[in-house]
Each structure stands twice: as C-alpha cells, then as structure tokens.
Design a binder for this molecule. Structure first.
Ligand code: FE2
Length: 506
C-alpha cells in the first residue's frame, strides 16, 4: 500500500481512497488530474492567490474588486510607483503658486474645441444615437438631409458640486461633413435647459467650458475606469488559477504587474483622490465623494434610459471610437490579435485550466465567455487579445492624451453658473476658477493623469520555452514597431510606442 508523505510535493489531504491504492495507481491518478493533485508550487501563489469580490465601497454599483493583494505585489508597487507619489507631493507649493500667478482659464477657440471633441480621447463620447430629447432640443439645427452625431456628457449630472462650484450635463450636436469628420453645430446644457451656438458670444464661450468639464469628468470617472477595474478580475484569476508553466499564464502574466495594488489604493484607500477631501493637494474634482462614486457606478451599471451609457459588458472586440483616435486604437488591436491567435494555436481545444479560468472569470464579468463558450470560434483569442490590448495601448494612450492637455482649457471646477438662453452672460475667465482649483488639478495631473510606464510594451519578454513561440513574440514586437511608424507617418501617433506601458500602472 502506498501512502504519500507529508511534504511540499503533494497535498495528501486530497488523495481519495489512499488506503486502497497502490503506488502505481496513485501516480497514474496524479498524472491524469494534475489540477487536483499537482504541486502547490506549480502556482504563482501556491493556490492562495488574489481573487475578486464584490466592491466593498459600492457592492451593487461597481465592478468586483480585488482587495487582498499579495504582499510581494504591494511592495513591488510601492517601490517602483507609490513612492514616487510621496516624493512628488513636494512640488505642491509650486503648483499652487502657478494658480496664483496665472489665475483662471485660457480661451478655447472654436477650432480647438472642435479638435478636442473629435480628435482626442474625448472622441470616445461621440455617438450616432440621437434620442427624442436631442431631436427636440436641436430641432432648429437639424436638417433632414444631413447626418448628425452627439457628444453625450449627460452622465455628469449625478455629481454633487461643492458650494460655489457648478456642473452641468451637456450634449453637443455634430454634423458629419466627411467620413468620420464632423462640424460642431450647437451645445445643449441640461442645467439651464438651453441651447447655444457660436454666435452667442460669452454664453457660447462659457458653454464650451461646461462641455469640456463634462468631458474631463466623464473621461476620468465614467469611461476610463472601465479600462481599469473590470479587468482586475482577469488579472487576479489568471495569477491564481493557472499554473505558471501554462502557456496562457506565460502570455498574460507580463501584463499584470503593478495593477492590483494600484487599483486597490484608488478604490479603497482613505487617501484616494476619490475621497475629495479639502486638505488633499491632489483632489481636483468639483463635488462630494458620493457623487463621484456614482459616476463610476454609471459607467459600470449604465445610465437608465440613455443608450450612450449601456453598462459594462466584456468587449470581445474594440468598441467603436470615431475619428483618428479610433483608427489608432484599432490598428494596434489587429497586431495584438495576430500575435495572440498564433500563440494560442498551441493550446488544446479542451484545455481544463482554460475552461476553469473562463468559468470563474465569467462569474465576475458579464459578457466574458464561459467554460464551454471560450472554446467556440475565436472566443479565446478575442478574450485574451482584449485584455492585453486594453491594459497596454488603450489604457496608456488615454493617460498620455488627456494628461498632456492644457488644464486651463479643460476645467474640472467652474465657478460661474451655466449660461441661460435669453439671459446675458458676462464672462471673466480669471474668475472661473480659484488658484487652489488649478493647484489641485495640476498636482493630480502630475501624479495620476499623466501615464506611468515603469515597464514598457515594446520591451516585453515572454517566458515561452519553444523557439517557435519566441519567434512569434519577436514578430509581435516588430509589428508593434511597424504600427508605430505607420501611425507617425500618418500623423495619428497619439502616443509613441516606447511610452506605452506593459500593464496598467497609472
Ligand atoms: Fe488609468
């Protein structure tokens, strides 16, 4: 009779009927079901890795969160990323001084406004879905033989602004003047229930700031978080459920570093900018934390009655982004797809680990293929490609683009009421913000909005053992470089490849 010894090799608590089993039978059993009887050391955290749970901050509104992050990951993040935050806080007095020396906002020309809405990360908000309210509000602007689009920023209405600060939902009507080319026609502000045009002088100028404020809020707290937090479930489950020698683990693991501690700090820490405390020199938002969390919930759960915000469903391919920003994103996606499909040709179509991996992720992420579905068509390739492309290109380019904007032209706080149709508006740009509004925003831009790229995408090394797979990896990097060159040549290099982070780090 064979009895396994108590050591690190096998988990003997899980050996069934060992009293009646000889050594050979037991070894055969080990071989036939390695996922049950294999070594704990086969797994990154010995089967005790991180796992998603309902978000403690907003269990019914936000995506599952990973709250128990392995100490080694926390230390790694603190050493390479977190410590920089503390050091950078020393810059605060200079940021506030900048607000004192140059108070208020800068003029945004109509051309710049058009460019910001249609040729930057704000183009993520362009939608062809005009609703009945749009048809009513813009009735005098819509010509029957033209095609119109909307920049829908109504979601920011849930912000509860601090005393003396204003926020308004808005819709901007765009007319299509060429293939994915637009002209700004009019702005509707929900707060004052008014429509403005470019000949409305100061009212128009102020309305543009409200649209841009809505863009900044919706970008950072509604849409961009969807690139972050739902993907944490994949990050954690990949680390916990797949053995480190599994091909899928080797493919995805390089794209998971630094992310879990970062997300946990943003979502759960008392020092997070989402807490919006007045003493925080880096908390620039215009309202109370409850309203800010509602923005996150709107992104994940959707806005009832508003097709522009349908709620999160795991995207099996890139969502439509109009204009050149979308072209840039799609082009990189294709490079990832080619690489992932070549690598995953090498996994068995009924791989047990992948089935379990998909089963557990799909329980946390709506729309993620389940245990059987993952093996249908190219679902596995699409699911993995989306993860890798999202946490690298799609995420970093948002930071690079928004983090590089002039914050005197895209405010988060506005201290003059939204203009009202029929009432005269006198605009004094110097009084639209206070110096601390600028200082906090500047600090936040330096600390959080600009991208962190401690490890970069083009220097990724995959621990593949076969020469063939290493060739695929080399080809992937080479195709990324070609893509970068092409984008540069066509004037749509929204971020140079060498600055794209390997994983979510900011
Ligand atoms: Fe981010």
């Amino acid at each position: 009779m064979y009895k396994p010894k108590k050591n690190d090799e096998f988990d003997d608590r899980k050996v069934p009927n060992s009293e009646n089993m000889d050594e050979n039978s037991y070894l055969r059993l080990l071989k036939s079901k390695p996922w049950l009887y294999g070594k704990t050391s086969d797994f990154l955290y010995g089967r005790q890795g991180p796992w998603p749970q309902p978000s403690p901050a907003h269990p019914l509104g936000e995506s599952p969160a990973v709250c128990h992050v392995p100490f080694i990951e926390q230390a790694d993040w603190w050493l390479f990323v977190g410590s920089r935050y503390t050091a950078t806080l020393a810059y605060s007095p200079f940021a506030f001084l900048g607000g004192i020396l140059r108070p208020g906002l800068e003029e945004v020309s109509d051309l710049e406004f058009h460019d910001m809405l249609t040729n930057s990360m704000l183009s993520r908000f362009i939608t062809p879905k005009l609703d009945k309210y749009d048809l009513k509000n813009f009735a005098n602007d819509i010509e029957s033989d033209q095609t119109y689009f909307i920049v829908d920023l109504m979601c920011v209405d849930v912000v509860e602004p601090f005393e003396g600060i204003y926020v308004s939902g808005s819709k901007t009507l765009l007319k299509e003047v060429g293939e994915e080319k637009f002209e700004v026609v009019a702005i509707y502000l929900h707060d004052s229930n008014s429509v403005f045009h470019s000949d409305d002088k100061d009212s128009w100028e102020l309305a543009k700031y409200y649209v841009l404020q809505g863009g900044a809020l919706a970008a950072t707290l509604v849409v961009h978080p969807l690139l972050h937090f739902p993907f944490d479930s994949i990050n954690a489950i990949t680390k916990t459920i797949l053995p480190t020698n599994h091909l899928l683990f080797k493919l995805m693991h390089p794209h998971t570093r630094f992310t879990l501690p970062l997300e946990n700090a943003v979502l759960q820490y008392n020092s997070s900018l989402l807490q919006g405390k007045s003493w925080m020199p880096y908390a620039p938002y215009p309202g109370k934390p409850g309203g800010l969390r509602n923005l996150l919930a709107e992104g994940y759960m959707g806005v009832e009655g508003n097709d522009s915000y349908p709620g999160f469903k795991y995207p099996m391919e890139p969502q439509k982004v109009y204009g050149k920003y979308g072209t840039f994103l799609d082009r990189y996606y294709q490079v990832f797809y080619n690489f992932v499909s070549k690598v995953l040709e090498n996994v068995s179509p009924d791989d047990y680990y992948i089935g379990q991996w998909a089963k557990h992720i799909s329980q946390h992420l709506p729309g993620f293929p389940g245990e059987k579905e993952i093996f249908e068509g190219d679902n596995l390739v699409k699911a993995v490609t989306m993860f890798m492309w999202d946490v690298t290109v799609s995420h970093t380019v948002d930071h690079y683009n928004y983090g590089g904007m002039n914050i005197r032209k895209i405010p988060l706080r506005l201290r003059q009421e939204p203009p009202k149709q029929g009432s005269s508006t006198v605009l004094n740009r110097k009084k639209l913000t206070k110096f601390w509004d600028y200082g906090k925003y500047k600090m936040c831009q330096i600390l959080f909005f600009r991208p962190t790229s401690v490890t970069t995408l083009p220097k990724t090394k995959y621990k593949f053992e076969s020469g063939q797979l290493q060739e695929y990896a080399a080809k992937f990097i080479s195709e990324l470089k070609d893509c970068d060159e092409l984008c540069k040549k066509e004037g749509i290099q929204y971020i140079p490849l060498k600055k794209i982070a390997r994983a979510i780090q900011s």
